[in-house]
Ligand binder design. Structure first.
Ligand SMILES: Cc1cc2nc3c(=O)[nH]c(=O)nc-3n(C[C@H](O)[C@H](O)[C@H](O)COP(=O)(O)O)c2cc1C
Length: 225
C-alpha cells in the first residue's frame, strides 16, 4: 500500500558497469524526474554498490520457513524495496533479458516469504516501471517480441506474482550510435555511426521518450491515488 505520509518514495535500480553509459544517464534523468514530482529517491546502482548476483546458501529459500532471515546484504535490499512506493529499473537489454547483475538482485532479494509465499503479499500495491535499452533499431521486427518476452518475465513472472498493482515494461530501441540490424541472410550488421547534430537530436529524442515513460508511469499513480 502507498505510504500514508505526504512524501512519496521511489527506488531507482540501475544495472550498468559504466557511469558514463546511456543507461546510467537515463537512471539519473529518472531520479531527476521523480524528485521534481516530489518523490524522495533512493538510487541503487548495483555495480557501484558491488552487488554480488551469485546465489548463496544464506539466501537460498527454505521452503519450510518463510520467516527465514536472509543475509544482511539481502535483508538491507529488501528494506529498500519495502520503503519504496514505486520502483524504476533501468538496464541495457542483454539477450532479451536483464543483465546478470539485475537477475541476481531479483533472485536473491525478491525472495520467498518476502516477495512471494504469503497470502497477503508484502509488496502488494507497489508499482514498477522497467526501462530496457535495446541496441536493436526501432524498425527491427524483433522489438515487439522483445518487449513481450520481458513483460512475461518481469511483469507476469515476477512483479504481479509478487503482488504488485502495476508493472510495465518499456523497451527503448536505437540505444546504439551504430545501428544494429540483421541483413536478409540473418547476418549481424553494424551501421554507420551517427554524428554531430544528428547525434544530438537522436539522443535528445531518446531521452525525451524515456522521460515520457516515467511521466506516464507517475501520472497513472496520481489517477489511481
Ligand atoms: C551481452 C549483450 C547482449 C545484448 N543483447 C541484446 C538484445 O538481446 N537485444 C538488443 O536489442 N540489444 C542487445 N544488446 C545491445 C545493448 O542492449 C545495447 O548495447 C545497450 O542497450 C546500450 O546502452 P548502454 O550504452 O547504456 O550500454 C546486447 C549487448 C550486450 C553487450
Amino acid at each position: 500500500m502507498p505510504h500514508e505520509t505526504a512524501t512519496r518514495t521511489a527506488l531507482v535500480v540501475l544495472a550498468h558497469h559504466r557511469a558514463d553509459s546511456l543507461s546510467a544517464h537515463l537512471a539519473r534523468r529518472a531520479v531527476a524526474r521523480l524528485t521534481a514530482a516530489g518523490y524522495t529517491v533512493d538510487l541503487l546502482d548495483l555495480h557501484a554498490e558491488n552487488f554480488d548476483p551469485r546465489m548463496t546458501v544464506a539466501d537460498q529459500p527454505d521452503w519450510g520457513d518463510r520467516e527465514k532471515r536472509y543475509s544482511d546484504e539481502t535483508e538491507a535490499h529488501m528494506r529498500r524495496i519495502l520503503d519504496a512506493d514505486v520502483l524504476v529499473a533501468v538496464f541495457p537489454i542483454y539477450w532479451m533479458s536483464v543483465p546478470a547483475i539485475m537477475k541476481g538482485w531479483i533472485d536473491r532479494v525478491w525472495n520467498y516469504g518476502f516477495a512471494y509465499g504469503r497470502s497477503k503479499p508484502r509488496l502488494a500495491g507497489k508499482r514498477i516501471l522497467w526501462l530496457g535499452l535495446a541496441g536493436a533499431t526501432a524498425d527491427d521486427a524483433i522489438v515487439p517480441g522483445m518487449e513481450q518476452v520481458l513483460a512475461t518475465q518481469l511483469s507476469e513472472g515476477l512483479a504481479y506474482y509478487s503482488g504488485f498493482a502495476d508493472s510495465r515494461v518499456r523497451v527503448l530501441p536505437d540505444a546504439e550510435e551504430q545501428p544494429q540490424t540483421l541483413d536478409a541472410h540473418g547476418n549481424f550488421q553494424v551501421g554507420e555511426a551517427i554524428a554531430g547534430a544528428a547525434r544530438e537530436a537522436h539522443y535528445a529524442a531518446f531521452v525525451a521518450t524515456a522521460e515520457g515513460h516515467v511521466d506516464e508511469f507517475l501520472a497513472a499513480e496520481l489517477v489511481e491515488a
